[in-house]
Design a protein around this ligand. Structure first.
Ligand code: ADP
Ligand code: MG
Length: 330
């Protein structure tokens, strides 16, 4: 199977080209996309490298899902509506079964969000998957990291920490296996799901964008809640308080010692939840958006003038936490 046969067989699909906003899809030198009038193009790229972002031998269908999911999550955090994506793929070999499983996972998610594959590049090399998503968004500062304001409520979708625990259990980290038991991954299938099949919060993200000026800053949590919140705080020149009792704790995390549980929740990574701030006047609207999008949303704290992040226990006392977001070069 040659390069072009591989693309035709696994990635080029009938019926994709005709549908708006894709004027021209796979097969020419460029794809041509047409955002709706009055919208800006939102663009984001994420790369997944074998041995770095996923284990060698990971289920290719899950990998196809995750490669697109992490990109759609960035669109969600900007309130952008997906238009399409490109796929740059380096493969050690053209393995039929691997490719069709990968494409199945990829397109199942793409179809769910009406986000067609419009182009890409294919080469031989160490397994590496780079996706660029494109979306459209109304002009305006809403959901940019720099827009948090003192007095804002701080919200989190879903819950954090499970992907990190799954990763540590797969690595057989002693603290994880001794607390959860050696069969924890079998007893808690949701842990692996959270690591390998994250859900991009697009439905909520696009609803928040149309709420207008009351929704201020947003980010998707990919490198840990505390670290990613730090990006909002620095960009906005503000601080934040998180109420520890307000943070949702997944069942599998209940068995961890407090320090490790907090580390998973605050510094876990790979969660792909949305973290956002909104004026208190928007509480009812945020709740309605959460209901309409079937997305669990929790108010976990507030934005303050004092810089830095403080995590407070039930009696309002600060809890010592280390906020270290994941950094590939640290
Ligand atoms: P070029 O040489 O002009 O860069 P290529 O030969 O790399 O074009 O690709 C031919 C067509 O196939 C282009 O439209 C390109 O976007 C598309 N394509 C290549 N690889 C992929 C892929 N992995 N997924 C989707 N489309 C792809
Ligand atoms: Mg090319």
């Amino acid at each position: 199977m040659g390069e072009f046969e591989l693309i035709r067989r696994h990635f080029q699909r009938e019926g994709q080209v005709a549908r708006s906003p894709v004027m021209l899809g796979i097969g020419d030198d460029c794809a041509l996309l047409q955002p709706r009038p009055g919208h800006l193009l939102a663009v984001s790229t994420d790369m997944l490298v074998e041995g770095r972002h996923f284990f060698k031998g990971v289920d290719p269908e899950a990998l196809g899902h995750k490669a697109l999911a992490v990109n759609l999550s960035d669109l969600a955090a900007m309130g952008a509506h997906p238009l399409g994506f490109t796929l740059a793929l380096a493969l050690p070999e053209a393995h039929e079964a691997w490719l069709s499983a990968f494409a199945r996972g990829l397109f199942a998610l793409a179809d769910r969000h009406a986000c067609p594959l419009v182009g890409g590049d294919t080469t031989r090399g160490p397994l590496n998957i780079c996706i660029t998503v494109m979306g459209e968004v109304r002009p305006g500062p809403a959901m940019q990291r720099s827009q948090a304001q003192v007095g804002d409520d701080l919200y989190l979708t879903g819950r954090t920490g499970e992907a990190r625990l799954a990763l540590e259990l797969m690595r057989e980290a002693a603290w994880a296996t001794s607390a959860c038991g050696p069969q924890a991954l079998a007893h808690h299938p949701e842990l692996r799901q959270r690591l390998e099949r994250p859900t991009p919060r697009l439905a909520l993200g696009t609803l928040l964008a149309v709420l207008g000026s009351a929704v201020h800053a947003a980010i998707d949590v990919s490198d840990g809640l505390a670290g990613d919140l730090g990006h909002i705080l620095r960009a906005s020149g503000v601080g934040a308080e998180i109420a520890l009792p307000a943070l949702p704790v997944a069942p599998a995390l209940q068995r961890l010692a407090l320090a490790e549980r907090l580390d998973c929740i605050l510094n876990g990574g790979d969660d792909y939840e949305l973290l956002f701030t909104a004026a208190p006047i928007a509480r009812a609207a945020v709740e309605a958006a959460a209901l309409a999008s079937h997305t669990p949303v929790q108010r976990i704290g507030r934005i303050s003038a004092a810089p830095g992040l403080r995590v407070l226990d039930a009696s309002g006392h600060p809890v010592a936490v280390s906020a270290r977001g994941f950094d590939h070069f640290a």
